[in-house]
Ligand binder design. Sequence first.
Ligand SMILES: Cc1cc2nc3c(=O)[nH]c(=O)nc-3n(C[C@H](O)[C@H](O)[C@H](O)COP(=O)(O)OP(=O)(O)OC[C@H]3O[C@@H](n4cnc5c(N)ncnc54)[C@H](O)[C@@H]3O)c2cc1C
Length: 402
Amino acid sequence: MDLLSGNPYWQTTVAKPPVYPSLEEDIECDVLIIGGGSSGAQCAYYLCEQGLDVVVVDKRKAGHGSTIVNTSLIQYLGDKLFYELVNTFGEEKTVRHYKLCEQAITDIEEAAKKLPINAEFIRRDSLYYASYEEDITKINKDYFYMQKHGFEAEILSEDQIEKDYGFKKRMAMLIKNDAELNPYSFTLGLLEYGKQHGVRMFEETEIVGQKLEKDEAVFFTKNKSQIKAKYVIMAGGYENQEFKREKKAVLTSSYAIVTTPVKDFTGWKNRNLIWETARPYIYMRTTSDNRVIIGGLDENTIVPQERDAKLVHKRDKLLKEFNKLFPHLQVEADYYISAYYGGTHDGFPLIGIYDEMPNCYFLSGYGDNGTVYNMVLAKIIAEHITTKKSSDLELYIQTRKV
Ligand SMILES: Cc1cc2nc3c(=O)[nH]c(=O)nc-3n(C[C@H](O)[C@H](O)[C@H](O)COP(=O)(O)OP(=O)(O)OC[C@H]3O[C@@H](n4cnc5c(N)ncnc54)[C@H](O)[C@@H]3O)c2cc1C
């Protein structure tokens, strides 16, 4: 899959990324994780202390799939609003989902503290503003559920928004205790942590075939090695769809830019994360070297040529939208990318378990909070592998009823 185009910023932030060998022999393991992006690394993190023999393989360099363009706003409210998910799944399941996501942010924070590479995890609140007058009702509906179920948030008036951010919007919800991180150093940090705990990582090792039996899976690499495993986690990101097309998944395209450094963020309260109710939306955050990441303006196409033909236009439009909010911050786009993006029709991420692929788990944390969803799903899968049960699996399995 032609996952992305442009010049990703995150790869410039790690001076000497760890180098892993490619697989040149036949091996066996308890758990094979296919994909050394953030989702595979999150699985390795959860499994590495369970006394299991874990192998991770990636056809690219570790962290160079979608992870390298992940803008990494670490949030739990997503594209589909709280009340919309309640309409689809009911209140109990929706609240459980958000509680798991809220916990996952804490789990990411705890993980980041242990890693040998700085993941640049910082807690930030999220400003979620009403793009249009009619969206005020939507925010109020979400705020009702947030209050009712103990999620920390407050409503900001037009005056308060102007005081804190300098721009005019009719109203907003401030969601507390979200976060930002560097997805590349987080992923490398998790893989290195895994390595310290016995995980074997092989990069530039492509899986091209498989033979699946009741008690054992055998996977074949492009350079003709075999990996025998008791369990397999498909953590191939959007490329999971190449192994098994899942009809609940929707692929689209997205865009992001990273600006030149800003000298002074005065007038942008606490450098909070910012996004909006418009669809497609734009969103923004800052980086540890004082740049601004602005993303969004998604397109429905999944044809890379069509996606990329719009890249320069999207770059300019993202910059223009940013300047409407912060006209005093004079920046240019130093980095800009277009990429495959994914969600699901019903709004929950997916764990795929299929009869014809015994002992395989498809981890597809599709949606705008992919990093958080991947943490939730990785924990559930690790629990299922080690204990043979997980009460939360039913929320995310592809056979769920809505
Ligand atoms: C532009 C953009 C912005 C985003 N912004 C956010 C955000 O703000 N917040 C958020 O939480 N999420 C965001 N996401 C989502 C987030 O990027 C993803 O959820 C997450 O990084 C994907 O990680 P992954 O490991 O699942 O996929 P990937 O990073 O793609 O990793 C999968 C790996 O599997 C490997 N692989 C695939 N097939 C094979 C094979 N046959 N053999 C061996 N290896 C294979 C690939 O090489 C790849 O490295 C964004 C995504 C995009 C594209």
